[in-house]
Design a binder for this molecule. Sequence first.
Ligand SMILES: Cc1cc2nc3c(=O)[nH]c(=O)nc-3n(C[C@H](O)[C@H](O)[C@H](O)COP(=O)(O)OP(=O)(O)OC[C@H]3O[C@@H](n4cnc5c(N)ncnc54)[C@H](O)[C@@H]3O)c2cc1C
Ligand code: SF4
Length: 338
Amino acid sequence: MINFEYARASDVTDALRLITADGGAKFIAGGTNLIDLIKSDVEHPTRLVDISRLPLNKIEELASGGLRIGALVSNSDLAYHPLVERRYPVLASAILAGASPQLRNMASTGGNLLQRTRCYYFYDTATPCNKREPGSGCSAIDGLNRMHAILGTSDTCIATHPSDMCVALAMLEAKVHTTGPSGDRSIAIADFHRLPGDTPQLDTNLAPGEIITGIELPAQGFTDHYTYLKVRDRLSYAFALVSVAAGLELEGNTIKEARLALGGVAHKPWRDTAAEAVLRGQPANQAGFAQAADRLLHDAKRFAHNAFKIDLARRAIVRALMQASRQAPQSQSDKKIR
Ligand SMILES: Cc1cc2nc3c(=O)[nH]c(=O)nc-3n(C[C@H](O)[C@H](O)[C@H](O)COP(=O)(O)OP(=O)(O)OC[C@H]3O[C@@H](n4cnc5c(N)ncnc54)[C@H](O)[C@@H]3O)c2cc1C
Ligand code: SF4
């Protein structure tokens, strides 16, 4: 029996009061990740602060032309919102590539940003894991590492970030809005998630006691030329081996603007502005896309079982950019299932 307190927050101020009053407290939103982690004995919160009924469930248009998405908007409501479908189809597509309809109905926008790695050893408390227990060692480096990272790894952790939604947010240059004991913050998505370095136990730069209140999307949604391509072991209900969110702005066949973010390859959604720069001003063709892929994967590092990911990522980048340039985005087979 694991004992913990449960408290439902009535508003954001109340949520902050409840979380700061107990150093072992955690917020719970949809619970689709946190409850599994508690049941697996990985997380041991002394108090759950239920934020699921806070009024952070709206999607609002901003004067800047962008959108503000409340942290408690469910993944389903976000993917099927008419403004998101029309103006940010890459985000809708990425969300619908993840989990199952039932999970997306429960999962929140804030919780998706903070979901933890799917490294098998992280969930297996019988094995060493620096993320779960700092200083205990990394079982994946010399163990089974087929799903693991090829970019931005460290000697302490080679886990990947599992989110699909976050890959599209990285490509779109979203901002994460938070509030906490030190006030409000707006964090660029590129600075929100961390690389493992020598502190793999920290997934993000969220401060203790801070709550995510929403996400802001800029006006540019790459509606004409985009794709979210997810390569995985099964067609649905599986995490990405490699995923690519791509967006292009074309003038004729010349690339005016390019965005590229990868999932399944690093401890955070991986965006490489140098690879994007390779594409700008160039014709939209396979040779140029392959050059950008080579630039992005230049420093990729293989482990015993995941060498295939480097080639897979290279081909996925080229295919995603081809699909984006041809206005043939990857379609999601379960798009109409709610
Ligand atoms: C079987 C399965 C398959 C899945 N497949 C995929 C997939 O293919 N792709 C994918 O992207 N995801 C997938 N997911 C993950 C799913 O998307 C996440 O579990 C979900 O998004 C988490 O949201 P939640 O609201 O349930 O978070 P919770 O479980 O409630 O919380 C997760 C964490 O976030 C914290 N938190 C939540 N909200 C806030 C907030 N507003 N501010 C601060 N902290 C907060 C909690 O304290 C907790 O630490 C899968 C999940 C399962 C169980
Ligand atoms: S890769 Fe990271 S999460 Fe997995 S066992 Fe190593 S330290 Fe733990």
